[in-house]
Design a protein around this ligand. Sequence first.
Ligand SMILES: Nc1ncnc2c1ncn2[C@@H]1O[C@H](COP(=O)(O)OP(=O)(O)OP(=O)(O)O)[C@@H](O)[C@H]1O
Ligand SMILES: [Mg+2]
Length: 586
Amino acid sequence: MPTFRARLVRSPFFRYLREFRHFKRSLVLGNVFAIIQALSLIPISLFFKRIIDTYIPNGDAVSILWVLFLGLGLWGIHMIAAVLSRYYTLSATKRVTEGLRARLTMKIQQMTLKVHDNQKAADLHSRVILDTERVDIMANALVVHVLVSIIVIVAAAALLTYINARLFLLLFLMLPFYFIIRSAFAPKLKEGHRNFRAEMEKMSSIVSEVIHSIRLVKSFAMEHHEQRRVEERIQKVTHRGVRLFTEAAAFQILLQFVGGMAMLAIFTVGGWMVINRQISVGDVVAFATLTGYFLNPINTLIATTDQVYAGTAALESIYGLFDMYDTEESDHLPGIDVRGQVEFDGASFEYQPGHPVLRDISLVARPGQQVALVGGSGAGKTTLINLILGFYRPVKGRVLIDGQDVAATNLQSLREQIGVVSQDNVLLSGTIRNNILYGKLDATDEEISAAATAANAHDFISALPDGYDSEIGDRGVKLSGGQKQRIAIARAILKNPRILILDEATSALDSESEHAVQEALDRLRRNRTSFIIAHRLSTVQSADEIIVLENGRIVERGTFDELVARKGEFYRFYMLQFSRQSQGAA
Ligand SMILES: Nc1ncnc2c1ncn2[C@@H]1O[C@H](COP(=O)(O)OP(=O)(O)OP(=O)(O)O)[C@@H](O)[C@H]1O
Ligand SMILES: [Mg+2]
């Protein structure tokens, strides 16, 4: 059983408080100004009493003018303190938010792909963007609203009692109504907010799906179908919104009603007491003014509880993410100076428990050798590559690079020395130059164009209006599949890695450019270990070893000639393709 202290220290709220340790000064100043802001207006109510009870009966116009100046001065202090308190509080909370966002993004990047496979991207995104914002709003509410409110409530209550204890008792008796109304509405409103947010998120995800898949939608002529789906969602949001905000308004109006009733009661009972000469008119006016100061912060506190609910829920999900232990952090592990030996030692792997995707794989690629992976779709070829990169860990057996277990290697140092051209060619938004530079950030222009030339990409890039500085992505030039592939190849060439992985790297190219790129890749493959996955078997002809995978198992291995001679699985593949090609040619 963890002690209370241990549980407190690990609670999200406490951990969040600790984030402020570097911003103590801002936080203290923010609070100090908040207190000044809170207290500065309260004396004004006493001035009213003075004016009514003393200056007016005495015809003392000069003193009334003095009160005006004093009041202006207090308002000035109030306004300056309010702005400064916001400024200092925000400087602290926004910086803490900044830190949380940066660390969350880093954490997300460090999480293993296994974790990512089970997380929705939208959820991770909303933790970094929305949850941090909710926490920020809560922190500001806590410092500014809660602290100020409590101080004002206490100060106003003291002064109200001082002016007239019996009237204050009357006011005090009305307070339970606030809490009755609050507890009647709170669960409804909380539920309503949660439902509304859930509907909003559903709507936003369906809208963004339609926009992202616009080509698919258009090519299947599904615009009307999609529109119906979207409209259904929009209607639900409207429905929930109308309900929620009506309820929220009713709640506010009831709160105002209690405030209004309090004023009525004060003037009724106060007026009666004035008639009976128990208090002065000035007392009643001062009391009524102060009542406003007293009730407002109570409303604020009630409103703040929502932000606190939202904020604490957000804190839990933020620190929940930080606590996810399944990260790739391997900075503490020894780096590696790759020579190029890749070995699988009885490695098995499964994405989901009980569904093996690789079974007992053993193979050795010596430095400089070429290994080709062949097999039907879903056989496990890409998965095998993923294990070399340390994206996933084998559930049994080991993967070794130069005899060093990948599981015990600094992954960053390992991956820096592996070049990948993957199946789904990913280019980042930005210029073509930056995309190629991704392989080697300090490369010169000459190196870049040499790499592009080798990848048979230089000509088409130069023909673009902005050449290497052309933007790609949403607002930039549109590239064909083959062009993207060649940029990805140029990136791998520039990286000049010890181990090269080509996963269907030339699949989007026509025969002619494939031939040209193939030449470049052949040159690139020299003197480095390479793993090649290609459906076109002609590209694997020169491999030192061809591994035929079926259902995660190695079913055949050998050189091209050996495998053809064996007339087994590979031969079947080969003949199938051969006959298809000759049919195509005929
Ligand atoms: N991230 C993942 N999570 C769960 N299962 C996965 C994941 N990636 C792949 N799989 C499954 O693992 C199996 C092997 O997939 P893999 O991508 O390695 O096949 P492949 O041989 O590369 O096929 P292809 O030629 O179509 O690219 C498939 O059954 C696939 O459904
Ligand atoms: Mg694959």
